[in-house]
Design a protein around this ligand. Structure first.
Ligand SMILES: OC[C@H]1O[C@H](O[C@H]2O[C@H](CO)[C@@H](O)[C@H](O)[C@H]2O)[C@H](O)[C@@H](O)[C@@H]1O
Length: 500
């Protein structure tokens, strides 16, 4: 399928709107829908601007020619604040989208089935968010909706060759943490093992995208010992359209001679990791200008691909292709070995990302280091050591902190995020570390419920260090809604109750 991004559709108008800050948030114009043909808007823009240079208002021109996107905000009234579970069940309806019809000039990629969006400025489906949202849909018995979401992702793979960051044309140059195989697992709990055959082609195509079967995605890295691991890599090296002025202005800070479009690619790739942004990706652990995402082998990404390999083995076993099943089991084993070779740090008792340029582990411990427990990659002998680091360094009053550095970026201290709490809690449960799993759950649920009772909102992220402060940082104000927070909370409440 062919597609055109907003910068191509609107040309100089797009650049002018973004760099003149017609809207506070660059994502607003990227999500606008034209009131008439994009070509005629472009022509008129050039003409009117030239004819009336002194009285021309770009702001008015945009309002005359575009419908602005909605922002989804819901504040529960005082009665609803008594029952957070009932409120989340209600929110599924607010966050649900019907199948789309394509609109000329809009950046939305039309999806054929219903789906849930995160909320706030995030008015489209997001790849990795959806897995955590589905954990809650399952608890709410919304099985058809779960299946619809999986079918949308299978459709995106068939149509575009991969699952983009979200269903926007400007998200097509990258993916996001590949949770599709975990979604299939979740669906199998409802529909039985037949789903491994149903989605076999989609799983294989997703794998081929990440393993660069077309020779264009550059996600694959040959490690010094010859083993294969993966990295994130956005295909484009221009400013992100949804953060155009931010990326452009960041690059402007560099002396002309030091600028390289690799900066833009690394920013975009940062968005592909889902951790946009975090000092995890910064060479100096502080400043975004040193971002080097493509140099890193992320431990969590490789855990996800290990899971995808095992899921493909299950799928081929199911359909009687025993040779392929055995091949994928072997690939998974090789990946597990490589993760333990390159990412485990025996002195620090933690899993780290690996820097391929420096040929050594990254210096910064992050909460991604817990994911080998979630994917059952760590040998049991590491468990107590990892749990001790988690408890001593990452456990805060409101749950687990993302990194140990307070940087002003949203995927750093003092913020905690629902997907990471879940992966840590489930990882600990996998390895029978139930006391710590319970303690994290207790702190996280208490913070979510307390914030909800105070504000009527479920937030995208939380300040887990100072539980009386709002989460901040990053390039947009804190959003509420919120898909993955709701999903993880319902799942945790189903395991531990609302007052654990
Ligand atoms: O507009 C800035 C960035 O926003 C998204 O990232 C954040 O929200 C997503 C939806 O909840 C979430 O998946 C991601 O982990 C968050 O950091 C978007 O995914 C980015 O591509 C975008 O540049």
């Amino acid at each position: 399928k062919t597609y055109t991004t907003p910068d191509k559709v609107y040309g100089i108008l797009f650049k002018d709107v973004q760099l003149q800050h017609v809207f506070e948030d660059d994502k607003t114009f990227a999500d606008c829908t034209p009131k008439r043909s994009p070509a005629s808007i472009r022509v008129d823009y050039e003409r009117i601007k030239r004819a009336t240079p002194s009285s021309f208002s770009l702001h008015d021109f945009v309002l005359q020619n575009f419908y602005l996107p909605d922002s989804i905000a819901v504040t529960a009234g005082s009665e609803a604040r008594e029952n957070i579970v009932a409120h989340i069940q209600h929110l599924w309806k607010v966050l649900q989208r019907d199948p789309d019809s394509a609109i000329t000039g809009s950046s939305l990629l039309a999806l054929p089935y219903h789906y849930i969006v995160p909320g706030g400025r995030f008015r489209e489906i997001y790849y990795w968010d959806s897995y955590f949202t589905m954990l809650g849909l399952q608890e709410s018995h919304e099985y058809t909706l779960m299946e619809d979401m999986v079918n949308n992702f299978a459709y995106l793979i068939t149509t575009y060759g991969h699952i983009p960051n979200g269903n926007r044309t400007y998200y097509l140059s990258r993916s996001q943490p590949p949770f599709f195989s975990l979604m299939v697992d979740l669906l199998a709990k409802q529909k039985g093992n037949v789903v491994y055959a149903t989605y076999q082609k989609a799983l294989q195509d997703e794998y081929d995208y990440w393993m660069d079967k077309t020779g264009t995605t550059q996600h694959v890295v040959k490690m010094p010992n010859g083993s294969i691991l993966n990295r994130f890599y956005d295909a484009d090296d221009q400013p992100r359209q949804e953060g155009y002025s931010i990326d452009y202005n960041l690059a402007e800070k560099l002396p002309h001679t030091a600028f390289d479009t690799a900066l833009y690619r690394n920013l975009r790739t940062g968005a592909e990791t889902g951790w946009d942004f975090s000092t995890r990706w910064f060479a100096d652990n502080r400043n975004i200008i040193t971002i080097q995402t493509t140099n890193l082998i992320p431990v969590d990404l490789n855990g996800l691909l290990y899971h995808l390999e095992l899921t493909l083995a299950t799928s081929y076993q199911q359909t009687g292709n025993l040779a392929k099943a055995s091949r994928f089991r072997q690939l998974a084993l090789q990946r597990k070995k490589a993760i333990n070779t390159y990412c485990w740090n025996a002195a620090k008792h933690w899993y780290y990302d690996y820097n391929i340029t420096e040929r050594k582990q990254s210096s910064q411990p992050t909460l991604a280091g817990i994911t080998p427990l979630f994917f059952s990659i760590a040998p049991p002998s590491h468990t107590a050591l990892i749990a001790a680091v988690l408890q001593q360094r990452f456990l805060k009053d409101g749950g687990l902190v993302t990194t140990l550095i307070t940087s002003g970026q949203q995927w750093d201290a003092p913020n905690g995020w629902a997907p990471l709490q879940w992966m840590a809690i489930k990882g600990l449960i996998n390895y029978h570390q139930t006391t710590l799993a319970h303690e994290i759950t207790k702190r996280w649920i208490t913070l979510n419920v307390h914030t909800y009772q105070q504000t009527g909102k479920l937030m995208e992220k939380y300040n887990v260090v100072d539980i009386h402060q709002k989460a901040g940082g990053g390039e947009y104000p804190g959003q509420d809604g919120f898909g993955w927070t709701n999903g993880v909370l319902l799942k945790l409440i189903s395991l531990y109750g609302a007052n654990p």
